[in-house]
Design a protein around this ligand. Sequence first.
Ligand SMILES: [Zn+2]
Ligand SMILES: [Zn+2]
Length: 158
Amino acid sequence: MEDQAGLELSPRKVEYLKYVYEKGRTVKTNELASHFSVDPSTVTKSILELAESGYLSHAPYRGVTLTDSGTMYAKFLVKRHRILSLILVRNGLSEDRACQEVNRFESFVSRNAVDTMCCAMGHPQFGVCGTITHDDGCLQVSMTHFKNQVESSGCGDL
Ligand SMILES: [Zn+2]
Ligand SMILES: [Zn+2]
């Protein structure tokens, strides 16, 4: 089951959460709609679902802000994006292309996979599009029951 963690949200919802997180303020539905070129009613539907799942708090006519658990989750989303894009850049992609490619598939990569790769890469400080923060997930990965997997990937000396 733990392997599923990180896969809770659709690609679009991942983009919304990252956007609100990066803005660091209340974001209006219309702003999301125009930024992502989607219909406001579509955004509203996703926002209500995200609020229902506890990621966002939604004030009618004012907009949305991240809840505490939404903020925690958004930090993981940003880290996942930056770890994955760093891998693509190290394998020959330009920075812009790496970010674009990762935006398309990042929501299908589990938290455990990201933590394991972060650990194997030595917890890089700088990603392609910003700094990478390390949390309990990746820093404790060698102490979890994925220990064998981690050791064989070369980061058992944490
Ligand atoms: Zn990026
Ligand atoms: Zn890390």
